[in-house]
Write a protein that binds this ligand. Structure first.
Ligand SMILES: Cc1ncc(C[n+]2csc(CCOP(=O)(O)OP(=O)(O)O)c2C)c(N)n1
Ligand SMILES: [Mg+2]
Length: 549
């Protein structure tokens, strides 16, 4: 036992916290610890860029409900993750990042940098672990903080201290899971229920919009029941997309990515019940007219700079919604008609006509072709960029098989998110929908996919451009050459990394291609050359061509 080093004990402390997967890129300041963590049975996913370690841990945390764990070395290892950390902060994802720190004993070290201000600026917490015997407790407390505050916690551990012989106590502290307060769900105040019930009774057109909080509280069924009881329609925020995917009165996403029918119905609403949602900007923009009743354990008045809700029901989402259903008489269905259900089911999300150039697809046809061909149990990951609108409109895909994290608006995360989902669901096939620009930003991770034998099918909507930029530049009447690159040959790129690669020129071939991929598994890119003339409704709305504002 006297041979044990500090890094051995720190690795044991992570295992005791339940860490069984760690996304990692090694350097002097974390390699001994990471190697011992692997030796203790933790699955390591060794990525090729630190950003992708943290981004993969984010998707892993979202999919598993656990704390995502990643590790990077000090200095340049840490500065690489400064886009991923704020994205995790905004998405309320619990992470613990083991980062090395420069050795304390050295007067000078080339990778030394004052790490805390970088991390704190992202909204994540930073703890410098400088007292060896206290380190296991600080690790436990980092997990406690990540779970309680639902944000990333970065631990900076000088690597000279890690290499010391362990002289502290043998026993590790009680793990965070045993200490975390586990209060029962919060019931609503009866007066608040009465106020909310009066409001609902006086409304004509009600929409219940569920956010991730509704999912986490297990409130989806209660929302459906309440909607039926008070003749309301259902919708979700973008992160909770698919929560009511099989309900005939579900409008899909309420926000910038709403379908045409959803926008029309949301525009008619006079009351919105926002259940377990953060009332984000995009969501609120969908309801110009409606009063908002926020049902949440922390109901908000102002969100993202606007007054977002004037009525509040503080409660666990499920208990709050159930209490409302109990307080309200059942209403005659008027809005919820068979005709409306048929319109919701049969109307395309966007019917604006475009005529793509020969040899190029309309992205809507690509999404429809994949929606029809991909097996129901495969995991979907949507990335960012202009193309992400299209893959939100795959109505058969439930929330449980769909992931999108985009609160910080960064591109370049798709491949890492898909790797995180693949690690969380190792027996599944993961399908990523990405843009050409976003995919290229971290294309090196194809090597990780191959080496770790991850089942990831990457569908690239290849418009040969930063689509979001060209459509905005064109709308402004400005030249688009700074964002137009030509279509990279993703099939050749994938093959260069040892993966499968196909340029999909005929969408009718998709069912056979899917069947073949299901048989072989592995990693591949399907490259869909698409027109750069087709614009999404959200783009057309916010960036109408010059002169049409
Ligand atoms: C890290 C980062 N850099 C730049 C941007 C600005 N940006 C937003 S969308 C986009 C284009 C993405 O291109 P692509 O992935 O090909 O998707 P498309 O818009 O063409 O569908 C860019 C550069 C960003 N959001 N994040
Ligand atoms: Mg593009």
């Amino acid at each position: 036992m006297s041979q044990r080093k500090v890094y051995d004990v720190l690795a044991e402390a992570f295992r005791r916290e339940g860490t069984d997967t760690c996304f990692s890129l090694l350097g002097d300041a974390n390699m001994s610890w990471a190697t011992q963590l692997a030796g203790l049975g933790c699955r390591m996913v060794y990525v090729r860029h630190e950003h992708c370690a943290v981004a993969a841990a984010m998707a892993y945390a979202r999919k598993t409900g656990e704390v995502g764990v990643a590790t990077v070395t000090c200095g340049p290892g840490l500065t690489q993750v400064l886009t991923a950390l704020p994205a995790a902060v905004r998405a309320h994802l619990p992470l613990v990042l083991f980062a090395g720190e420069a050795p304390l004993k050295s007067n000078w070290y080339n990778q030394a940098i004052d790490q805390a201000p970088f991390v704190v600026a992202t909204g994540a917490a930073y703890h410098a672990l400088h007292h060896v015997e206290r380190m296991p407790t600080q690790i436990r407390d980092a997990f406690l903080q990540a779970r309680a505050e639902r944000r990333p916690v970065v631990l900076g551990v000088p690597f000279d201290l890690q290499a010391r012989p362990w002289s502290g106590p043998e026993a590790l502290p009680t793990p965070s899971r045993e200490l975390l307060p586990q209060p029962g769900p919060m019931p609503p105040n009866p007066d608040d229920v009465a106020h909310a019930a009066t409001l609902i009774a006086g409304a004509r057109r009600i929409v219940i919009v569920a956010g991730l909080g509704a999912h986490m509280a297990g409130a989806a069924a209660a929302c459906r029941a309440l909607a039926e009881r008070c003749d309301a329609l259902l919708a979700t925020t973008l992160p909770a997309r698919g929560l009511f995917h099989d309900d005939p009165f579900s409008l899909g996403v309420a926000g910038g990515f709403s379908s045409d029918v959803a926008r029309e119905c949301l525009g008619e609403a006079d009351l919105v019940l926002a259940v377990g949602s953060s009332l984000a900007h995009h969501f609120a923009g969908a309801f110009a007219q409606a009063e908002v009743l926020h049902v949440d354990t922390s109901p908000l008045a102002v969100s993202q700079g606007r007054v977002a809700a004037r009525h509040h029901l503080r409660a666990d989402a499920r208990l709050g919604v159930e209490a409302l259903a109990a307080a309200l008489p059942a209403r005659q269905a008027e809005w919820r008609s068979d005709a409306l259900a048929r319109r919701i089911r049969e109307t395309p999300a966007d019917s604006t006509p475009f005529a793509p150039e020969p040899g190029l697809h309309d992205p809507r046809d690509v999404a429809a072709g994949l929606e029809a061909a991909l097996p129901a149990e495969w995991e979907m990951v949507n990335s960012s960029g202009h193309c992400s609108y299209y893959f939100v409109h795959m109505p058969s895909r439930p929330f449980e098989r769909f992931l999108t994290i985009r609160e910080f608006g960064a591109i370049g995360n798709g491949i890492a998110f898909a790797m995180g989902v693949a690690a969380a669901r190792p027996d599944s096939t993961v399908v990523l929908f990405d843009g050409d620009g976003s995919a290229l930003m971290h294309i090196q991770e194809l090597e990780t996919i191959r080496r770790h034998r991850l089942n990831i099918l990457i569908c690239v909507l290849n418009d040969g451009a930063y689509g979001s930029e060209i459509h905005k530049l064109r709308a402004e009447g400005l030249p688009d050459d700074g964002a137009t690159f030509g279509r990279p040959d993703f099939a050749a790129i994938a093959k260069g990394f040892g993966l499968g690669g196909t340029r999909v020129s005929d969408l009718a071939a998709l069912p056979d291609m899917v069947a073949e991929f299901a048989r072989t598994g592995g990693g591949a890119i399907w490259d869909f050359p698409i027109s750069d003339k087709v614009t999404s409704p959200v783009m057309r709305r916010f960036h109408p061509p010059a002169g049409k504002q």
